[in-house]
Ligand binder design. Structure first.
Ligand code: SAM
Length: 246
């Protein structure tokens, strides 16, 4: 498993403290109002440290899955009243059905090609009640991708100085990020290299796939109620309603 969600899992929240999770949670709550199933069960796939669930826990019965046991451990400590499982989105099976499934902050991009994406979306569909809603951001997509230069994130704590250096490269549907971690922990300097790979997809192809899998989908832009428009919006947010009679 990638170092970001393993060895450095405990620093995840601090490394991504710039993200506006409350805004994303408000978007999710708004999108949930589109569903037609009556229940209140919400599953977060690739829930990470559980920040969205923490913001949503008072309004829904919350569940989370993640492939990383370290991230699930943090989510269990942080989020009261949630049920958490270490599972892979491509193959998971739970004895529950949900009214809402969310998959946020690039988690869907851990499918590396359209066939893996289809498997995961099918697992999600099959865990939704009829009329339930699936919400995800297509974080890495070819429509808004701009060739990136080197990016550096830093974190300074009492016993740790951490620099995370990244430079992505796209080959086919693979978005390869060579992360380099330069860590000085308790005075000892360490260097780690993490060949992190995500999938990068075309918005219209994912829309077509959702349709084929029985979702009635709308794509919103930038966590707002406005429709996503190529060239105008950046982050595409998919909101798919599982059609009744499946
Ligand atoms: C960038 S984090 C996002 C976490 C969380 N959704 C958030 O918004 O903060 C991506 C998460 O996806 C998880 N992940 C990666 N591949 C996965 C898979 N195949 N199945 C389930 N979770 C996966 C990682 O362990 C990580 O916690």
């Amino acid at each position: 498993m990638e170092k970001m969600y393993g060895q450095f899992a405990e620093y995840f929240d601090e490394l991504f403290a710039y993200k506006d999770y409350p805004k994303e949670a408000r978007f999710i709550e708004w999108a949930v109002t589109k569903k037609r199933s009556k229940g209140n069960n919400l599953l977060d796939i690739g829930c990470g440290s559980g920040t969205h669930l923490n913001l949503l826990r008072k309004r829904y019965n919350i569940f989370g899955i993640d492939k990383s046991s370290q991230m699930i451990k943090i989510a269990r400590q942080k989020v009261k009243g949630g049920k958490f499982f270490v599972k892979d989105m491509k193959t998971f099976s739970l004895n529950h059905r949900f009214d809402t499934i969310i998959c946020m902050f690039s988690a869907i991009n851990y499918n590396l090609n359209y066939s893996e994406l289809e498997s995961s979306l099918k697992r999600m569909r099959d865990h939704l009640n009829s009329g339930g809603v699936l919400i995800f951001d297509l974080y890495n997509n070819t429509d808004t991708y701009k060739p990136d230069t080197v990016r550096v994130r830093t974190l300074r704590k009492k016993n740790l100085d951490l620099a995370v250096i990244s430079q992505p490269k796209v080959t086919g549907t693979e978005y390869k990020i060579g992360y380099i971690y330069l860590a000085k922990r308790d005075g000892k300097t360490e260097l780690f290299i993490d060949d992190h790979v995500r999938g990068i997809f075309e918005v219209s192809k994912v829309y077509a796939l959702m349709k084929r899998l029985g979702f009635k989908t709308k794509i919103y832009g930038d966590y707002s109620s406005r429709a996503w428009r190529k060239g105008k919006s950046s982050m595409p947010l998919f909101v798919g309603i599982k059609q009744v009679h499946r």
